[in-house]
Design a protein around this ligand. Structure first.
Ligand SMILES: Nc1ncnc2c1ncn2[C@@H]1O[C@H](COP(=O)(O)OP(=O)(O)OP(=O)(O)O)[C@@H](O)[C@H]1O
Ligand SMILES: [Mg+2]
Length: 631
């Protein structure tokens, strides 16, 4: 494997001016820097502008440079399955001394040069295809579309200092001449005008080459890849060409050959100002998320594995949003299973559809199926005695679940609870004591003493909640079932929180079908509280629900969302489009795409990352976790 010694020898041959052969230049050390890519495609306009601004600085500072994007492939193994993984490494090669980490670029050597391709040392073939005929307005970050087809080279030299003003002016005139109402043109024109007014002095004019290096086992493979690239290029109104006799030079990252015939020794460059180049040729794009020590989630749309480590975010909470059948529960189960394997997480869960309780063994927790008549012993007064709740909570809870929405009544209930709480031995005792205080309030609370509510509070044995426990609530059905589920969830959430916050071992509380609870402020307030404080105890909340509106239009829901560094957006309904775009700063295309997403496909936002993702279950996971056809 050979490296950059190629450059050193080639540099001497460089014939930059067509008219005059330069003398051998004193050889300067070429530096290879490693550049850090990031998400781009689905960023907002403002976020893109910021990245392009940074790239613009590189173009302005580096008079002569090459960006080399090396496509790499590796295998990724999860369980017994092996996946092919594509990823890119980004290098900047220049004589300039810059403040970037040094990198090491390893490439195969050329064994033999043919007119249309080169043969490499391992007998594979490589072919350089140069982009040309750019349209007046090429798309931002347009080279990203070719990532994965081969390596990408962007090479530039700044021309003799062109006055800043004129370079910017050129760019402005060009944009203005397009005279379009297209939003991107307007946006870029604004940007150019701003630059002209403020930092115009930094702009330069470049001679630039952009090309693709395609690899193949044989000519047929080269041809097939070239055609693929060309189809994309033509759909964008520019083209790709294979310069004959320049193949070796291009492979070696040179754009000229020694030739005796003037004007034929250089691959034709594009002339472009640094500002335009900073968006059209913006290269540092990677939709990949590869967290150190992360769990495997699936694949980004560039084919890279997504490795996710919730502990690398500033909180561990996760929200999963997607309509029925979009794969929320599958995603949640995969998260639990893999986090259990990797981080040994403790699990506490609310399972409204009894999907998780039957996975108790696989996911490593105790599953409790709550049936009609199961006595749960979730007595709020007893819970208050052990500081899981306080008298204030008891009043809130009783008001929420037993009183009509009437402030006067609620205040009377609160007063009554405070009066009798101290001498009450349990909830039923407290209710009896309230009878003497306030007959009308008592009438409302009587419902707590009769089925089905009574079972929630009554105990057969002491309720045994420990860590690693999930409650299945599906059997609670019929009229008033949602209310009962919310009541149980509220009490369980309080107990879960107490257990989860009793130490700093890793763990997650999860709530599936969160929409069931969004109309119960006290339930949501408890979950909100959990999400706010969880991080301190190395815990997190995973909250899955159907519509973004469930969380966005709900005070506590909104807080949970804000407290969640990680959000999975799976398939959505069109009614959610507006909320989605506003809340998650999605571009229109991405929001639209979510309307048609297949199960498990969607967008992951975690920390600063934003990427399209497919959550990939292994075969066994899929079989164990799927729900279709079961009811
Ligand atoms: N990542 C995935 N890959 C392949 N198929 C999937 C994936 N996720 C879900 N599915 C398929 O879609 C079905 C529904 O998924 P899931 O139960 O997770 O949806 P959901 O969003 O939880 O729906 P609901 O709101 O009805 O609970 C699964 O049974 C499975 O067949
Ligand atoms: Mg589900």
């Amino acid at each position: 494997m050979a490296l950059l010694d190629i450059f050193k020898s080639k540099n001497q041959k460089k014939t930059e001016q067509k008219t005059q052969k330069p003398k051998e230049r004193p050889q300067k050390q070429l530096n290879v820097y490693q550049l850090e890519p990031g998400p781009f495609e689905i960023l907002s306009d403002e976020e893109r502008d910021q990245l392009e601004q940074k790239f613009l600085q590189i173009l302005n500072v580096v008079d002569k440079g090459t960006i080399y994007i090396q496509a790499s492939k590796t295998k990724y193994q999860y369980e017994d399955e092996e996946y092919e993984v594509l990823f890119n490494k980004f290098y900047l090669i220049t004589e300039a001394n810059l403040d970037y980490p040094k990198g090491e670029l390893t490439r195969k050597k050329v064994k033999r040069a043919l007119p249309r391709y080169v043969i490499l040392e391992d007998n594979t073939l490589a072919q350089a295809a140069v982009f040309y005929k750019f349209p007046d307005l090429a798309p931002e970050g347009m080279l990203f579309e070719y990532f994965g087809l081969g390596d990408i080279v962007i090479k530039w030299e700044s021309l003799d200092p062109v006055s800043a003003a004129s370079a910017v002016d050129r760019s402005r005139k060009r944009l203005e001449s397009l005279g379009s109402t297209d939003s991107i043109i307007i946006r870029k024109l604004e940007k150019v005008k701003q630059l002209q007014a403020i930092v115009g002095g930094q702009a330069k004019l470049l001679r630039l080459w952009a090309y693709l290096i395609i690899y193949g086992q044989n000519e047929a493979e080269l041809k097939q890849k070239f055609m693929q690239a060309r189809i994309i290029a033509r759909s964008r109104l520019f083209d790709l060409d294979i310069p004959v006799f320049y193949q070796k030079a291009l492979y070696n990252l040179e754009t000229s050959v020694a030739s005796f015939i003037p004007f034929t020794n250089t691959v034709k460059p594009v002339y472009v100002d640094t500002i335009t180049a900073s968006w059209e040729f913006y290269p540092l794009i990677s939709e990949d998320l590869i967290d150190a020590d992360g769990i495997f989630l699936g694949f980004s749309d560039s084919g890279s594995p997504v490795l996710f480590n919730p502990y690398m975010r500033n909180n561990h909470n996760i929200v999963i949003l997607g309509e029925t059948g979009s794969g929320k529960s599958m995603t949640l189960k995969i998260l639990l299973k893999r986090m259990k394997e990797k981080y040994k997480i403790k699990i506490w869960g609310i399972d409204p559809e009894n999907e998780y309780v039957k996975l108790a063994e696989i996911l490593g927790f105790k599953g409790i199926v709550v049936q009609r008549g199961t006595k749960l012993g979730l007595d709020p007064v007893l819970m208050a005695k052990i500081n899981v709740l306080n008298p204030e909570d008891i009043a809130e809870l009783l008001a929420e679940f037993y009183l009509p929405d009437d402030i006067a009544l609620r205040n009377r209930l609160r007063a009554a609870v405070f009066d009798v709480y101290d001498e009450s031995s349990d909830l039923f005792d407290l209710i009896e004591r309230i009878k003497n205080q306030d007959e009308q309030i008592y009438k409302y609370l009587e419902a707590a003493k009769t089925p089905p509510d009574v079972y929630i509070f009554e105990a057969e044995d002491k309720l045994e909640t420990t860590e690693n426990i999930v409650f299945g609530l599906r059997e609670i059905s019929g009229q008033g079932a949602t209310r009962l589920k919310a009541l149980i969830t509220t009490l369980l959430a309080a107990i879960f929180q107490r257990e989860a916050f009793s130490n700093r071992e890793k763990g997650f509380v999860f709530v599936d079908e969160g929409w069931l609870f969004v109309n119960y402020p006290i339930t949501m307030a408890l979950l909100e509280n959990l999400s706010r404080r969880a991080r301190k105890y190395s815990k997190g909340l995973i909250f899955a629900t159907q519509r973004p509106a469930d969380v966005v239009n709900n005070d506590s829901g909104r807080t949970i969302l804000e407290q969640s560094a990680t959000v999975f957006l799976l398939r959505q309904r069109s009614q959610s489009l507006q909320v989605l775009k506003q809340t998650f700063a999605l571009r229109d295309e991405e929001a639209q795409e979510l309307l048609q997403a297949e199960p498990g496909h969607g967008i992951l936002r975690t920390g600063n990352y934003l990427l399209r993702l497919y959550v990939q279950p292994s075969k066994e996971e899929f079989e164990a976790f799927k729900t279709t056809g079961e009811w």
